[in-house]
Design a protein around this ligand. Structure first.
Ligand code: PGA
Length: 252
């Protein structure tokens, strides 16, 4: 991995005040690891508390609305998560695309608003099992990415892409090293074509059942600049081995 790797946890709909100790443990344990960028995307209700409990540590949101403000009951805006202390947000996670019908255009608008506001942004893409089985995964993800990428002239410095095959999320299944390398290569090509030289600073993360036991192997794959981690990010003792694996691969 050429860039400083980025390991971000996604707590999804898990976590109340009782779990804040895990945030604190992770933030303390990462203090001495300066060659990996580490973040936790917690539920919106925990952002402020997590920021107070771990000053200086990168706390993020898991989603933002695609409009700046308005009559959108239950939604949170970029300005709101920023005000709560988030420095980062995920956009376009497959659980929102699939379960809530979010479109590529909405994901693009979210990414634009977040980047404009100075938030680091992890934009997720990934194919379903059905698409993978028809042999169309590369083309599907390319098109999804092309439509979801922020419409900016220069490369957004705060942007990362997370490739998360839907069938690998929370299932214990991981894409093969060959498939990950091919997909990250395709994503890199799309970024280069869209943003030119500046695209080099955009990280491409892998997500889907990343764990301490497989992290080293995944980080060693060409084109993988980090990971987006769900289940294994909830507890410090599961998450830290992944961070350490990223730190070790950089030293190779
Ligand atoms: P997982 O989730 O690590 O539990 O598979 C990854 C994600 O959805 O971001």
């Amino acid at each position: 991995m050429a860039k400083r790797p980025f390991v971000a946890g996604n707590w999804k709909m898990h976590g109340t005040r009782a779990e804040l100790g895990e945030v604190t443990s992770i933030s303390i344990e990462t203090e001495t690891i300066d060659n990996v960028l580490v973040a936790l995307c917690v539920p919106a209700t925990l952002i402020t508390r997590a920021v107070s409990a771990s000053p200086g540590f990168l706390i993020g949101a898991q989603d933002v609305h695609h409009e700046k403000k308005g009559a959108f009951t239950g939604s949170v805006s970029v300005a709101m998560v920023k005000d709560a202390g988030a420095k980062l947000t995920i956009v376009g996670h497959s659980e929102r695309r699939e379960l809530l019908g979010e479109t590529d255009e909405q994901v693009r608008d979210k990414a634009e608003l977040a980047i404009d506001a100075g938030l680091k942004t992890i934009l997720c893409v990934g194919e379903s099992l059905k698409v993978r089985e028809t042999g169309q995964a590369l083309n599907f993800v390319q098109q999804q990415l092309e439509k979801s990428l922020p419409d900016m002239v220069t490369a957004p410095v705060h942007l990362s892409i997370a490739y998360e095959p839907i069938w690998a999320i929370g299932t214990g299944k991981v894409a093969s090293a060959e498939d990950i390398e091919k997909m990250h290569g395709r994503i890199r090509k799309v970024l280069d074509e869209r943003y030119g030289d500046g695209a080099a600073s955009i990280r491409i993360l892998y997500g889907g059942s990343v764990k301490g036991s497989n992290a080293k192997e995944i980080f060693a794959i060409d084109g993988v600049d980090g990971a987006l981690v769900g289940g294994a990010s909830l507890i410090a003792s599961d998450f830290m081995p992944i961070v350490h694996a990223a730190a070790e691969v950089t030293k190779d």
